[in-house]
Design a protein around this ligand. Structure first.
Ligand code: SF4
Length: 253
């Protein structure tokens, strides 16, 4: 009876759904998926519903690193390894006001860059990498950030996750950058059973509906950072709790 009432209610909302950020209208019937606790693999409909709900909460998710162009985005992501976005922003805000190209970075030099970012963890090594990658961008890519993942990954200090973030944010590619939050959240929800970042990335590339793919990693990062936290996920206020497969959901405090 309860299910029947819910289906009826959904059908009245048939024309409501994501239109702008993610493309076509989502059939309202999908929103009936996931009532009550679930087990077993997520169905396609449930995965669609999960991303529909994340979209609904935050239609235009944004990364939290400050940048002014693809180059400063690349530098900010390199600096953010094992550091908080807020900590990186504190250091880069005054830096990027004056230094926003590889040429200007080389003119600044490694010593002054090190001084500018000394509040960020691993700053010595990161300063070295930023200078080296800036030189490579000038020597090999005309001072531009190449819109190519392999080229990005070949730069000093740039790994797959960094390359994916830059490809996604700077060049609009639907990549899945897997950081610690995405790794944890994807496994808890049941979007992946991967035990390495690359296997989680591959799972997400396979299961995330195309119209949600551009923003998917942002939604999962923000979900992990603010709600599905590592130690105590706040399941009682989670919009996808009825679909999530995590067996140890936290009760309301
Ligand atoms: S129900 Fe809990 S474990 Fe599942 S996604 Fe939400 S916060 Fe995370």
């Amino acid at each position: 009876m309860i299910v029947a009432l819910r289906v009826q209610k959904s059908s009245k909302r048939k024309n409501f759904g994501p239109v702008t950020a993610v493309g076509k209208t989502t059939p309202a019937t999908r929103r009936t998926a996931g009532q009550g606790p679930k087990s077993g693999p997520l169905t396609k409909t449930e995965i669609d519903e999960i991303f529909y709900r994340l979209w609904k909460e935050n239609p235009e998710p944004k990364g939290e690193l400050d940048y002014v162009n693809p180059y400063t985005l690349l530098v900010a992501v390199v600096l953010s390894a094992q550091a908080t976005d807020a900590g990186v922003n504190k250091a880069t805000r005054p830096l990027f006001a004056h230094v926003d190209t590889p040429t200007k970075m080389l003119a600044l030099g490694e010593d002054r860059l090190r001084e500018a970012i000394k509040t960020i963890g691993l700053y010595r090594n990161k300063a070295k990498n930023v200078i080296a990658l800036s030189r490579r961008l000038i020597d090999e890519y005309g001072g531009e950030v190449p819109p190519d993942r392999d080229a990005l990954e070949s730069l000093p200090g740039v790994g797959r996750k960094t390359a994916n973030v830059v490809m996604n944010i700077a060049f609009g590619e639907p990549t899945m950058a897997v950081d610690t939050h995405v790794f944890r959240v994807a496994n808890r929800i049941g979007l992946s059973r991967g035990n390495t970042p690359i296997s989680v990335e591959e799972d997400l590339m396979r299961v995330v509906p195309p119209r949600y793919a551009l923003h998917a990693h942002h939604w999962l990062i923000l979900h992990g950072r603010y709600l599905c936290k590592a130690r105590k996920p706040e399941c009682w206020r989670c919009p996808i709790a009825a679909l999530c497969r995590y067996p140890d959901k936290s009760p309301a405090p």
